[in-house]
Design a protein around this ligand. Structure first.
Ligand SMILES: CC(=O)N[C@H]1[C@@H](OP(=O)(O)OP(=O)(O)OC[C@H]2O[C@@H](n3ccc(=O)[nH]c3=O)[C@H](O)[C@@H]2O)O[C@H](CO)[C@@H](O)[C@@H]1O
Ligand SMILES: C=C(OP(=O)(O)O)C(=O)O
Length: 423
């Protein structure tokens, strides 16, 4: 099993180019199933999740030509598609569920095993299914009780759907399904994440008629057919946020290129509250932690445009060394504090009560043996290792490979003392 070895490092310094967004490319790749024609997807990050999605689409009958060294993937979902997604692939990536709507439209059926609970929460899909049922699909409840989504539909018909919670995945599945449904669908209390806007831009290029993305009400007029297109994926706002935090907590000075500052308003606001100096330049965002002392702040995660849950653990890493106590409240996932135990091994002394964490701050951290408990938590302990005395040894780093392209190389270019060891 591979590990990261991280040593206390000099302040991060230099520039880093942000990769295409994992959470944008995965639904876009799934949406390529909606046409028989070739889709060319550009700025695709070379990540483990993208490789899994390539294999999943291939297993369903699509021709996938991944040129991940070049950050391109071509997908042609010709006429012969199968409706059953293999468990070996689905269990590797929760985003596998994103093929649900497209598969149903293309084959009249979708059978997808659920990967089950994980480190950050139960992650049910009842909202995805509620939406598809409203559009006219039937769900086999008996199979669902045994952990398999088995949906059928001869055709889908537009309607009004209200989401009880603005789920990102449910919004994406419903937009895809409604794009080729008969008539108009109105999706209320929809998720507003930039990745959903990117998916809708991709679908609209394909010929879909989607309006209102980026707001809580999305209107989709169904069309008969979609065509193949070429599309550049948006930059990864969570990767950008992670590097901003890294720059600030090491008291460094980093130019972050290929970033959309508008996607990071909440993160930038919180970093500034902590004393970070964040400026927009023609070349990108400059994040500095060497201008002012870094002080505590409170954070509450929320659906976009609120503070992103995916930035919660990297931000907590920063708060462990900020001056004064901070409170972090996680409202999106019910179990996303697994990293607290790892920070505590390094001396952070964080206490949790339900979805609330109290971080005393101002700690001199010590390197330790820690685990990447999930993707973002893995990145967060790497950042903590950069400021801790001694060596931090991080295991289960396959989580990090899921979502950070060339993480070690990018950090090393900024002066970080990190290496990957294959055991
Ligand atoms: C591949 C991808 O894009 N992943 C992102 C996506 O995940 P994902 O699409 O899984 O996240 P959701 O927005 O669906 O989930 C948010 C919350 O809603 C709950 N829920 C969701 C669906 C449902 O049917 N019932 C239900 O209760 C979930 O358990 C969770 O507590 O958005 C999350 C929230 O911003 C991010 O952390 C993930 O990085
Ligand atoms: C939780 C995440 O991803 P996923 O939904 O793919 O598990 C994430 O990107 O932090």
């Amino acid at each position: 099993m591979a590990k990261f070895l991280v040593q206390k490092s000099a302040p991060l310094h230099g520039e880093v180019k942000i990769s295409g967004s994992k959470n944008a490319v995965l639904p876009i790749m799934a949406a390529a199933l909606l046409t028989e024609e070739k889709c060319e997807i550009k700025d695709v990050p070379a990540l483990r999740d993208v490789q899994v999605m390539c294999k999943l689409l291939e297993s369903l009958g699509a021709t996938v030509d991944p040129e991940l060294d070049e950050n391109n993937v071509d997908i042609t979902a010709g006429s012969v598609l199968t409706y059953e997604a293999p468990y070996e692939l689905v269990k590797m990536m929760r985003a596998s569920i994103l093929v649900l709507g497209a598969l149903l439209l293309r084959t009249g059926r979708a059978v997808i095993p659920l990967p089950g609970g994980c480190a950050i929460g139960k992650r049910p899909v009842e909202l995805h299914l509620k939406g598809l049922k409203a559009l006219g699909a039937t769900i086999n409840e008996e199979r669902l009780a045994r952990g398999i989504v088995d949906a059928k539909a001869d055709k889908l018909k537009g309607t009004t759907i209200y989401l009880d919670f603005p789920s990102v995945g449910a919004t994406e599945v419903i937009i895809m399904a409604a794009s080729l449904a008969e008539g108009t669908t109105v999706l209320e209390n929809a998720a507003q994440e930039p990745e959903i806007v990117d998916l809708a831009n991709f679908l609209n290029k394909m010929g879909a008629r989607i309006k209102g993305v980026g707001t809580d009400t999305i209107k989709i007029e169904g069309v008969e057919k979609l065509k193949g297109v070429s599309h550049h994926v948006i930059p990864d706002r969570i990767e950008a946020g992670t590097f901003m935090v890294g720059a600030v907590m090491t008291k460094g000075n980093v130019l972050i290129k290929n970033v959309v500052p508008d996607h990071l308003k909440a993160v930038i606001a919180k970093l500034r509250e902590c004393g970070a100096d964040i400026t927009m330049t023609d070349e990108g965002l400059v994040a500095r932690g060497d201008v002012n002392p870094i002080v505590s702040t409170d954070v509450k995660t929320l659906p976009y445009p609120g503070f992103p849950t995916d930035m919660q653990s990297p931000f907590m890493a920063l708060l462990t060394v900020a001056k004064g106590p901070s409170v972090v409240i996680e409202t999106v996932f019910e179990n996303r504090f697994m990293h607290v135990g790892e920070f505590n091994r390094m001396g952070a002394n964080i206490k949790t009560d339900g979805n609330c964490a109290i971080i005393p701050g101002d700690k001199e951290l010590q390197g330790a043996q820690v685990v990447a408990t999930d993707l973002r938590a893995g990145a967060a302990v790497v950042l903590t290792g950069l400021i801790a005395e001694g060596t931090t040894e991080i295991s289960q780093i396959y989580h990090v490979d899921r979502g950070y392209e060339h993480f070690v190389e990018k950090l090393r270019n900024l002066g970080a003392n990190i290496m990957r060891v294959e055991e």
